[in-house]
Design a protein around this ligand. Structure first.
Ligand code: UDP
Length: 325
């Protein structure tokens, strides 16, 4: 049984990672300040033995020793990370620094959750790990893109200077059950809008592409990366190479939900990448990993999940029997 810390452990990905690690018999500690994470995501885990919650910022001191640290803490949805960009930058860079120091003190292995955003609006397609990216350093996405790039440089300086055992996953767009309905990213927005009969908000003409990876595939990739041989300390793309235009995603969601929502076209946000698709040759070679769940299967499961959340809210209030007040 390993002692494992998951920062951002109450988030969408973090909480599923905690569940998988706990199911494997490890002692798992989730660290989260609930800035974007949600305590309800940990409801089952909090009833288990060998699970602990540290309710604090990833930037604040942690005194406990761990064998492994998965560093996921950071707002990741554009509306959330742009709402308080200074907080986002601080969380990403200071938080990673704090976790690297912790790993150094206790001799832990650290896996950094980086992002496809380090490639910016890419000029190389699909994106390989060797591509250095095309990022606007002063734009509205920079608080996330550049802070994640800064965190990557810290990770490798700790490796070079302190001999730290590090792993680095560049995570592409991920979705699945457990997403917050107000997450703000495209898959959850479109499904929630379709189920509520609201307009589907397409940015630009919807010709920009993304590659969507199902939650469980992604979590499996992260665990494999942490457990890979020590030589696998270089960045590894984790994502699903299936590439879809946002407009096509909207049409698929409308068809699957049977919704009569209309498509509305809004201005394209500044610096929004036009293309995104991972080259996952490295993950295939080094981890024997590739996604197993197609967008169609994954969307079905995600739509079922959102239906279960939204249907009870939309239903007329149930009349309760009088309580004899
Ligand atoms: N997007 C959209 N409508 C929405 C939310 C997002 O058209 O309601 C677009 C967004 O502009 C981007 C893509 O969908 O081009 C993916 O956005 P998301 O926020 O999910 O993730 P990103 O890859 O931009 O971080």
């Amino acid at each position: 049984m390993k002692k494992i810390l998951v920062t951002g452990g109450a988030g969408f990905l973090g909480s599923h990672l905690c569940e998988r690690l706990a199911a494997q018999g490890h002692h798992v500690t989730a660290l989260d300040n609930f800035h974007t994470g949600c305590k309800a995501n940990l409801a089952d885990l909090l009833r288990r033995n060998h699970f602990a919650l540290l309710e604090q910022s990833v930037c604040d001191p942690v005194e406990t020793a761990f064998d492994e640290i998965y560093n996921l803490a950071c707002p990741a949805s554009p509306p959330h990370y742009q709402a308080d960009p200074i907080y986002t930058f601080r969380t990403s860079v200071f938080g990673t620094f704090n976790m690297l120091e912790l790993a150094r003190r206790c001799g832990a292995k650290l896996l950094q959750a980086s992002t496809s955003e380090v490639y910016g609006d890419p000029l190389v397609h699909p994106q390989t790990e060797g591509y250095w990216g095309n990022v606007n350093p002063i734009g509205i996405r920079a608080c996330y893109d550049e802070s994640k790039r800064g965190a990557e440089s810290l990770v490798y300086d700790f490796q070079r200077f302190h001999g730290l055992n590090v792993r680095l996953a560049r995570i592409f767009n991920t979705y699945g059950p457990g997403m917050n309905p107000s997450d703000g990213r495209v898959v959850s927005n479109f499904i929630v809008q379709a189920l509520r009969g609201e307009d589907i908000t397409i940015h630009g003409e919807g010709l920009q592409t993304r590659s969507f990876c199902y939650r469980d595939d992604l979590v499996e990739g992260m665990i494999r990366l942490m457990n890979a041989p020590d030589e696998v300390s270089f960045p590894v793309n984790l994502g699903n190479p299936g590439e879809f235009r946002i407009l096509d995603l909207a049409r698929i969601v409308l068809e699957k939900t049977g919704s009569r929502s209309s498509l509305v076209f809004l201005p394209m946000p500044q610096d929004d990448p036009m293309l995104r698709r991972p080259d996952i040759s490295r993950a295939r070679d080094c981890l024997g990993w590739e996604p197993g769940i197609s967008l169609h299967e994954g969307l079905d499961a995600t739509i079922d999940y959102f239906r279960s959340l939204i249907a009870p809210l939309a239903a007329p209030p149930v009349r309760r029997a009088a309580q004899g007040v």
